[in-house]
Write a protein that binds this ligand. Structure first.
Ligand code: SF4
Length: 504
């Protein structure tokens, strides 16, 4: 088999409990490589035309990448691909952590799941073998509790678990897949697809390390990554994480605020990366947040993941549910006019506990807040909750109600576009969606090639499908290596910027 791969693709039919292993030719790997391309291949090949996304016939592909599992920064990624219940188009969500590498170590490059189990099950993939096990006792559990239970019953603390929480079980249309209780394959509702199949979790463990064609050169590359952390600014990125871009986004007018009515938030400093690091990461009271408030993915020296913990008060939060990324600080923060960092941290933890995409969840709530401000929603709709911009209490309450599909949360669990179809009354005028997916935290006016990607991307508004406009000028050496040598003026939207978007 080619270097990097295990050479095995697992196929699971949950209706019949049949499990088979495919061993594709090398040409297959050379054509589809891994990740989203491989997932798309199986979804297009095996999904019947016109399939209902939450029906047993939808196919869910979980695919590692070519270099996933090699000891180098930034490679432990998993793509999940299926027809999306949020958009009705192809869905795609990426996630990191330790699960992707461990899945490859378990002996499989990908798993293709179809059908629906008659009762809740989990898939246990280990040391080249796979089996379905009863998950009735896990159904209804939050991600943290289910992961603890699985570690206990499999008597192995080193298993990795990719699972749905109660939101996926409740078919919230933007439910996520969660690993480590805090890493999300967040977008396009892949958690609802897994929930519709009665599949609670995929659990992996193994020791099969991918082979490398030129180990000596690889070691050089590894060293280069570590020594380059400071010169490339990656050490700062690791320290403050993605939240570090909050205030620069605000400065450029690119921080969506009040449901995209503005690109600047007057309280941006209260929700930026420095405030999160200085005053909210675990260990900050003792100035030890660098050690206790940061986490990483398999073999990554950057260590950009946030860990926050709140010990008391209404927003008490356990460290195992991680900490907010930039997108989350924006969607639960500036989108909703909220600067209460504890409330944002708690809403982020609720999404990780119940298994929901923080972008669609926060953006759907901010859409409802604008509808409230415009008099299109009243307390009769919301069951007495005042969905006012700036109300941290209402935002947190609504996040939990969405996950549980309780009260007005049942309507918002459909995502903002479908919710507007249910409510009517002109609420569609306040939607910020593309193909039914809520837009991530970048004002399209400021990143204009990204705005075209928002509109044209097959799985809806997305911020990870191309490089963002400022990168063309900011990284000339990297751009040159991929044939991009003609950076354009700020805010340009022309043929060259579209070439930039397509190439990246
Ligand atoms: S720690 Fe951060 S930079 Fe490293 S792989 Fe994970 S998400 Fe990427």
């Amino acid at each position: 088999m080619s270097y990097g791969y295990t050479g095995k693709i697992l196929h699971v039919n949950l209706t019949t409990s049949e499990i088979t292993v495919e061993e594709p030719e090398e040409q297959f790997y050379r054509t589809y490589m891994g990740g989203s391309a491989m997932g798309m291949h199986y979804v297009l090949k095996e999904t019947p035309a016109g399939v209902e996304p939450l029906s047993p016939d939808n196919v869910l592909a979980l695919c590692t990448g070519v270099v996933t599992g090699t000891p180098i920064s930034g490679q432990s990624r998993l793509s999940s691909v299926a027809k999306s219940p949020l958009t009705g188009c192809i869905g795609d969500a990426q996630g990191g952590g330790y699960f992707p590498a461990e899945m490859k170590f378990s002996g499989f490059d990908a798993v293709i799941i179809k059908g629906k189990s008659p009762k809740p099950v989990y898939l246990w993939m280990h040391h080249g073998e796979a089996e379905l096990r009863d998950a009735g006792h896990l159904w209804g559990m939050t991600t943290g509790d289910a992961e603890d239970k699985l570690k206990e019953e499999l008597e192995d603390k080193r298993i990795e678990v990719l699972q749905i929480g109660p939101a996926g079980e409740n078919l919230v249309r933007f439910a996520a897949l969660i690993s480590m209780s805090n890493r999300a394959n967040g977008r396009t509702g892949m958690g609802a697809v897994m929930g519709s199949k009665n599949l609670k979790a995929v659990v992996v463990r193994g020791k099969q390390k991918p082979t490398i064609a030129n180990p000596e050169k690889f070691k050089e590359l590894q060293k280069l990554g570590k020594t380059n952390l400071e010169p490339t600014g990656m050490d700062d990125f690791g320290k403050y994480g993605t939240p570090d871009v909050t205030s620069p986004q605000n400065k450029s007018g690119g921080l969506p605020t009040y449901n995209f009515n503005s690109g600047t938030f007057e309280k941006h400093e209260e929700i930026n990366g420095k405030t999160l690091y200085d005053s909210h990461l675990r260990g900050h009271e003792r100035d030890e947040q660098n050690r206790f408030g940061r986490d990483t993915c398999f073999s990554c020296s950057i260590k950009c993941k946030r860990v926050s913990q709140i010990d008391e008060g209404p927003y008490k939060t356990e460290a195992k549910y991680g900490g907010p990324e930039y997108e989350t600080l924006a969607t639960f923060g500036s989108y909703c006019g909220i600067s209460n960092m504890d409330a944002i941290i708690h809403a982020n933890a609720l999404c990780n506990m119940y298994g929901m995409d923080t972008i669609s969840c926060g953006a759907t709530i901010s859409w409802a807040m604008e509808c409230w401000a415009e008099g299109k929603l009243t307390s009769e709709d919301t069951g007495g909750i005042e969905l006012k911009y700036g109300s941290a209490e209402a935002m947190v309450k609504m996040t939990e109600m969405i996950a549980k599909r309780e009260g007005f949360g049942k309507i918002l669990a459909e995502g903002s576009q479908k919710a507007s179809e249910i409510i009517g009354r002109g609420t569609e005028d306040y939607l910020i969606t593309s193909k039914g997916q809520e837009a991530p935290a970048h004002m399209p006016q400021v990143k204009r090639s990204l705005s075209v990607i928002y509109a044209a991307n097959p799985f809806g508004a997305d911020h990870e499908s191309s490089e963002h406009d400022p990168a063309y000028k900011a990284y000339p050496e990297r751009m040159e290596q991929i044939g991009l040598t003609n950076p354009q003026e700020k805010l340009a939207l022309n043929e060259e910027m579209m070439r930039f978007a397509m190439v990246t």
